[in-house]
Design a protein around this ligand. Structure first.
Ligand code: HEM
Length: 145
Protein backbone atom coordinates (compact mmCIF):
# COMPACT_ATOMS: atom_id res chain seq x y z
CA UNK A 1 0.00 0.00 0.00
CA UNK A 2 1.60 3.31 -1.15
CA UNK A 3 1.61 6.06 1.52
CA UNK A 4 0.99 9.34 -0.37
CA UNK A 5 1.98 11.44 2.69
CA UNK A 6 5.52 9.97 2.60
CA UNK A 7 6.05 11.19 -0.98
CA UNK A 8 8.24 14.38 -0.97
CA UNK A 9 6.10 15.63 -3.89
CA UNK A 10 3.24 16.02 -1.45
CA UNK A 11 5.41 18.05 0.95
CA UNK A 12 4.52 21.38 -0.70
CA UNK A 13 1.14 22.32 -2.27
CA UNK A 14 3.00 24.10 -5.10
CA UNK A 15 4.87 21.09 -6.55
CA UNK A 16 1.88 19.33 -8.14
CA UNK A 17 0.52 22.45 -9.92
CA UNK A 18 4.06 23.28 -11.10
CA UNK A 19 4.34 19.75 -12.55
CA UNK A 20 0.89 20.10 -14.10
CA UNK A 21 2.02 23.35 -15.81
CA UNK A 22 5.08 21.53 -17.16
CA UNK A 23 2.79 18.70 -18.27
CA UNK A 24 0.44 21.04 -20.11
CA UNK A 25 3.34 22.82 -21.89
CA UNK A 26 4.80 19.40 -22.77
CA UNK A 27 1.67 17.97 -24.33
CA UNK A 28 0.76 21.26 -26.00
CA UNK A 29 4.11 21.16 -27.83
CA UNK A 30 4.00 17.40 -28.52
CA UNK A 31 0.40 17.16 -29.70
CA UNK A 32 0.60 20.61 -31.35
CA UNK A 33 3.60 19.71 -33.53
CA UNK A 34 2.18 16.30 -34.48
CA UNK A 35 -1.17 17.95 -35.33
CA UNK A 36 0.63 20.42 -37.65
CA UNK A 37 2.11 17.48 -39.57
CA UNK A 38 -1.39 15.93 -39.71
CA UNK A 39 -2.88 19.20 -41.02
CA UNK A 40 -0.19 19.24 -43.75
CA UNK A 41 -1.06 15.61 -44.61
CA UNK A 42 -4.72 16.68 -44.86
CA UNK A 43 -3.70 19.56 -47.15
CA UNK A 44 -4.72 22.19 -44.58
CA UNK A 45 -2.06 24.88 -45.12
CA UNK A 46 1.80 24.91 -45.10
CA UNK A 47 1.78 24.07 -48.85
CA UNK A 48 5.06 25.89 -49.51
CA UNK A 49 6.76 22.99 -47.76
CA UNK A 50 6.49 19.25 -48.38
CA UNK A 51 5.05 17.11 -45.56
CA UNK A 52 8.51 15.63 -45.11
CA UNK A 53 10.05 19.08 -44.58
CA UNK A 54 7.34 20.01 -42.04
CA UNK A 55 7.76 16.69 -40.20
CA UNK A 56 11.58 16.96 -40.06
CA UNK A 57 11.51 20.59 -38.89
CA UNK A 58 9.02 19.84 -36.09
CA UNK A 59 10.43 16.47 -34.91
CA UNK A 60 12.90 17.99 -32.37
CA UNK A 61 10.05 20.02 -30.80
CA UNK A 62 7.89 16.90 -30.50
CA UNK A 63 10.76 15.24 -28.63
CA UNK A 64 11.21 18.29 -26.38
CA UNK A 65 7.53 18.04 -25.43
CA UNK A 66 7.82 14.31 -24.76
CA UNK A 67 10.79 14.86 -22.43
CA UNK A 68 8.69 17.36 -20.45
CA UNK A 69 5.74 14.91 -20.36
CA UNK A 70 7.85 11.94 -19.31
CA UNK A 71 9.32 14.07 -16.50
CA UNK A 72 6.08 15.55 -15.19
CA UNK A 73 3.59 12.72 -15.87
CA UNK A 74 5.19 9.92 -13.80
CA UNK A 75 6.00 12.39 -11.01
CA UNK A 76 2.36 13.50 -10.82
CA UNK A 77 1.37 9.82 -10.97
CA UNK A 78 3.68 9.07 -8.02
CA UNK A 79 1.77 11.59 -5.86
CA UNK A 80 -1.06 9.01 -5.59
CA UNK A 81 -0.49 5.92 -7.79
CA UNK A 82 -3.26 3.86 -6.15
CA UNK A 83 -5.80 6.49 -7.21
CA UNK A 84 -4.45 6.87 -10.75
CA UNK A 85 -3.89 3.31 -11.90
CA UNK A 86 -7.45 2.38 -10.84
CA UNK A 87 -8.85 5.43 -12.65
CA UNK A 88 -10.68 4.33 -15.84
CA UNK A 89 -9.91 7.60 -17.61
CA UNK A 90 -6.21 7.32 -16.75
CA UNK A 91 -6.18 3.72 -18.03
CA UNK A 92 -7.89 4.83 -21.28
CA UNK A 93 -5.38 7.67 -21.62
CA UNK A 94 -2.36 5.42 -21.18
CA UNK A 95 -3.65 2.91 -23.79
CA UNK A 96 -4.26 5.77 -26.26
CA UNK A 97 -0.84 7.24 -25.40
CA UNK A 98 1.00 3.93 -26.03
CA UNK A 99 -0.83 3.45 -29.36
CA UNK A 100 -0.29 7.11 -30.36
CA UNK A 101 3.46 7.00 -29.65
CA UNK A 102 3.90 3.67 -31.45
CA UNK A 103 1.86 4.92 -34.42
CA UNK A 104 3.74 8.25 -34.53
CA UNK A 105 7.20 6.72 -34.72
CA UNK A 106 6.28 3.94 -37.20
CA UNK A 107 3.49 4.32 -39.83
CA UNK A 108 2.95 8.07 -39.28
CA UNK A 109 6.66 8.90 -39.63
CA UNK A 110 7.02 6.71 -42.76
CA UNK A 111 4.02 8.30 -44.49
CA UNK A 112 4.89 11.85 -43.37
CA UNK A 113 8.42 11.49 -44.77
CA UNK A 114 6.98 10.73 -48.15
CA UNK A 115 5.90 7.10 -48.19
CA UNK A 116 2.46 6.50 -49.72
CA UNK A 117 -0.45 8.10 -51.61
CA UNK A 118 -2.39 11.24 -50.69
CA UNK A 119 -5.33 9.03 -49.63
CA UNK A 120 -3.09 7.07 -47.25
CA UNK A 121 -1.75 10.36 -45.88
CA UNK A 122 -5.28 11.53 -45.09
CA UNK A 123 -6.15 8.22 -43.38
CA UNK A 124 -2.94 8.29 -41.31
CA UNK A 125 -3.55 11.91 -40.28
CA UNK A 126 -7.11 11.07 -39.12
CA UNK A 127 -5.95 8.07 -37.03
CA UNK A 128 -3.17 10.18 -35.49
CA UNK A 129 -5.48 13.07 -34.56
CA UNK A 130 -8.06 10.65 -33.10
CA UNK A 131 -5.46 8.93 -30.90
CA UNK A 132 -3.99 12.19 -29.53
CA UNK A 133 -7.45 13.67 -28.87
CA UNK A 134 -8.14 10.43 -26.94
CA UNK A 135 -5.01 11.01 -24.81
CA UNK A 136 -6.03 14.61 -24.04
CA UNK A 137 -9.62 13.75 -23.15
CA UNK A 138 -8.40 10.80 -21.08
CA UNK A 139 -6.15 13.24 -19.19
CA UNK A 140 -8.87 15.84 -18.66
CA UNK A 141 -11.42 13.33 -17.38
CA UNK A 142 -9.03 11.80 -14.80
CA UNK A 143 -10.30 14.37 -12.29
CA UNK A 144 -13.98 13.69 -13.13
CA UNK A 145 -14.13 9.88 -13.26
C1 HEM B 1 1.22 13.29 -24.92
C2 HEM B 1 0.91 12.61 -23.83
C3 HEM B 1 0.04 13.18 -22.75
C4 HEM B 1 -0.98 14.07 -22.85
C5 HEM B 1 -1.54 14.72 -24.10
C6 HEM B 1 -1.49 14.26 -21.49
C7 HEM B 1 -2.56 15.07 -21.19
C8 HEM B 1 -3.01 15.33 -19.91
C9 HEM B 1 -4.09 16.23 -19.59
C10 HEM B 1 -4.96 17.00 -20.59
C11 HEM B 1 -4.21 16.24 -18.24
C12 HEM B 1 -5.22 17.05 -17.40
C13 HEM B 1 -4.56 18.31 -17.01
C14 HEM B 1 -5.49 19.12 -16.14
O1 HEM B 1 -6.61 18.74 -15.87
O2 HEM B 1 -5.00 20.16 -15.70
C15 HEM B 1 -3.19 15.34 -17.73
C16 HEM B 1 -3.01 15.08 -16.40
C17 HEM B 1 -2.22 14.06 -15.96
N1 HEM B 1 -1.36 13.26 -16.69
FE1 HEM B 1 -1.03 13.39 -18.65
N2 HEM B 1 -0.76 13.49 -20.61
C18 HEM B 1 0.17 12.80 -21.33
C19 HEM B 1 1.08 11.89 -20.87
C20 HEM B 1 1.13 11.45 -19.57
C21 HEM B 1 2.01 10.42 -19.10
C22 HEM B 1 3.03 9.65 -19.96
C23 HEM B 1 1.73 10.25 -17.80
C24 HEM B 1 2.48 9.27 -16.92
C25 HEM B 1 2.14 8.53 -16.05
C26 HEM B 1 0.68 11.21 -17.43
C27 HEM B 1 0.13 11.38 -16.18
C28 HEM B 1 -0.78 12.35 -15.85
C29 HEM B 1 -1.27 12.59 -14.48
C30 HEM B 1 -0.88 11.80 -13.24
C31 HEM B 1 -2.15 13.68 -14.55
C32 HEM B 1 -2.85 14.40 -13.39
C33 HEM B 1 -4.28 14.16 -13.32
C34 HEM B 1 -4.89 14.97 -12.21
O3 HEM B 1 -4.90 14.51 -11.10
O4 HEM B 1 -5.35 16.08 -12.51
N3 HEM B 1 0.34 11.92 -18.54
N4 HEM B 1 -2.48 14.80 -18.76
Amino acid sequence: MFVAEANPLNASPLIFPALECMHIVGFAVTVGTIALVDFRLLGWGMRRQTTGEVASDLAPWTLFGLVSIFFSGPLMFSSDPDMYYLNRSFQFKMVCFALAILFNYTIHRKVALGGGSEGLGIAVACVSLLLWVGVIFGGIFIAFV
